[in-house]
Design a protein around this ligand. Sequence first.
Ligand SMILES: [Zn+2]
Length: 119
Amino acid sequence: MPRVRRVPQRQCVACGQVRGKRDLVRVVRTAQGDVRIDPTGKLSGRGAYVCPEAACVDRALGEGRLARMLEREIPDDIARGLRGVTARAAPQRPPMVHRITLAQAAGRHGGSSGKQGTP
Ligand SMILES: [Zn+2]
């Protein structure tokens, strides 16, 4: 019998997408009124979630959605921290070696057959 594990689902404050809690970044307003990024998901307080993607973080911060959710202004260092999270999560682009090789090959080929029509 397979064991079904329920993953807690949360909604991104920017795009509204519902994702697993672990796929989102949690921002918490603690009982003391501090706004914190909560990588462990264990801080108690009022939480808001955002995708670890630049577009969502920009929207959450830029349109004041996060501030509204937490009923607190987002301090600059937290905003910077959130942007840092997205920078780290960004996928690495593969090197473009293949494209350069193909372009060189195409250029050489085109050069030899381009003289047709010239008097
Ligand atoms: Zn999102």
